[in-house]
Structures are given as C-alpha cells and as structure tokens.
Ligand binder design. Structure first.
Ligand SMILES: [Zn+2]
Ligand SMILES: [Zn+2]
Length: 174
C-alpha cells in the first residue's frame, strides 16, 4: 500500500450512487463494460479521497478512520505513521529508519536542523518549549522542504527502497 495511491469510483452521470472505491485500472474495466453493454447510458469515473497513510478509502481530510490524527512518513510506500497532534499534512514526518538513510549525520540538512535547535537553546528554550513564531516558521519551512527532498531521494533511487527495506529487515507487510 502506498501513500499516494489514487482511488476512483464509477457512477452514472448525474447519479449520486457510486461504485465502491477501487484502483483506476479496476474502475476503467467497469467503465468499459458498462459503456459497452449500456450504450444509451452515460457513465463516468471520478477520483475519490484516499488515505495518505495507507491508501484506503478516506474521509475528506485524506485520512481513513484508522488514521485520523496520523501523518505518513515522507517516503513513498513507507507504512510508518506518527501522531499528527492536529497538524494533518501530506508530508510532515520522516520515520527513524528513513531519517538515518536519507538524512545521515553530517549531511547539510542535519546541520541546518542542529543549528536551529542550537539557536533555540541559546535563546533559552528547552526541547519541548514553543519557539518564537519566526523561528518556528523557519523550522517548518525547512522541514517541509526536507520532507520533499527525502521523498525525491527515495524515488530517484539514490538509495534503492528495496535495499533499505532489506537493510532494516522489513517485509512488505510489516
Ligand atoms: Zn489509512
Ligand atoms: Zn519511513
């Protein structure tokens, strides 16, 4: 199950009743079948929300019932999630293993994060304190960019995803 899996439904144009959500190829087959067998009816396929954490059919906030208040790891296909604390977003979290794999010690990204935390410490803030708004904004802007880069790295094949799975002894249904 991947986090950006898209789900679709098939329905008669103008009708509220839809098929169960399914992958595009499955819906396309239904659509072709209906168009062939009921040429006088108009059928359509539309995208339906799917959970960013697991790809199952979801509510409007792009989370299924099970994953309300969870965010997915930024890496495509990773099933690890973290409590969202009300801050639901597509890409707000990098799990421990992918952090080690894509943001290794000494990497420029790690240095920026460390610098931000050092700055906050110098200002007298402890690890779990709220920071001043401008510092928090800087942190989250950087973090979102970092999540995007980690996602890109994982799909560009800098490190083969399968290799990482094996490295950490994960099976596909972990
Ligand atoms: Zn889910
Ligand atoms: Zn991950």
């Amino acid at each position: 199950m991947i986090s950006d899996r898209k789900l679709f439904v098939v329905k008669k144009v103008g009708d509220a009743l839809t098929s169960a959500p399914a992958e595009k190829a499955v819906c396309q087959r239904w659509l072709d079948y209906r168009r062939k067998n009921r040429p006088n009816e108009r059928w359509e396929m539309i995208e339906t929300p799917s959970c960013r954490c697991c790809g199952e059919a979801s509510w409007e906030n792009l989370r299924c019932t099970k994953h309300q208040d969870r965010n997915p790891c930024a890496v495509e296909g990773c099933k690890r999630t973290r409590r969202a604390n009300g801050n639901l977003s597509d890409c707000m979290f990098i799990c421990g293993e992918h952090w080690k794999a894509y943001v290794p010690p000494g990497s420029p990204e790690r240095r920026v994060i460390n610098r931000l935390f050092a700055l906050a410490k110098k200002m007298g803030f402890k690890r779990n304190d709220r920071w001043p708004v401008d510092l928090e904004e800087r942190y989250w802007r950087f973090w979102q960019g970092l999540c995007r880069r980690v996602r890109a790295r994982s799909t560009e094949g800098t490190l083969d995803e399968k290799e990482i799975m094996e490295m950490f002894g994960w099976s596909d249904d972990a």
